[in-house]
Design a protein around this ligand. Sequence first.
Ligand SMILES: [Zn+2]
Ligand SMILES: [Zn+2]
Length: 95
Amino acid sequence: MDDEYEPPWHSCPTDNCEHGSVDLAERPDVEGDGSPITGGSCDQCDTPAVQCSECENLIALLGWNPVSCDACGVTVYQLIPADKKGTEFSFHRVS
Ligand SMILES: [Zn+2]
Ligand SMILES: [Zn+2]
């Protein structure tokens, strides 16, 4: 019997992080139309990542530039700083 809750495993998309798991949750796209974006941060390296709505590939968002999905190439996501220091952020789907 194992009653311990284990969050679903979402392997960290960054190359140099082998054991990280991204803690995914839906957040509204506050910069866009408010539709939910599934994303989170890696529990090992803190890299923010979003889950592509088209192919469910995890996309690492390093820095503030828009990043297109490297699996399907359809979606483009961007990290939006929510404060001046950039320690808080939200996710935005660019296209
Ligand atoms: Zn990681
Ligand atoms: Zn994709």
